[in-house]
Design a protein around this ligand. Sequence first.
Ligand code: ZN
Length: 129
Amino acid sequence: MMDDTAVARPNAWIILAGHPDAPAHLTFERFSRWSRLSRTMLWAFTWFVSTVATFLITAFDPFMTLMPFFVGAVMTFRSWQGRFRVTAFQGACPRCNKPIEIKPGSRIASPHPLVCYGCHFEPTLHLAA
Ligand SMILES: [Zn+2]
């Protein structure tokens, strides 16, 4: 994909309350429903096995068991939420105009929370459908 067309046609917006929306350009792969489902099932399985294993290994200690339970819940939820895999991103903070980075390979949903390292505000990224 050409860079100049990317700037001319933003397909995402960085939104921060009280500031004009900043255009952003994102290239991404959309996960198919099946790949998302199978990935989430794998996390759910890992979640279940690690929770049960910790429960047995710690001799039924509920506090130790809470750890893999919560980590597993978060990972499973995140996996389900991650609809897009970012391949490239260009965008700047609506407040201080510093470029904001999203690591290629990140799994995101829309809206996606961002952190600006220039002004430490937290705008959100919205994909234009
Ligand atoms: Zn900023």
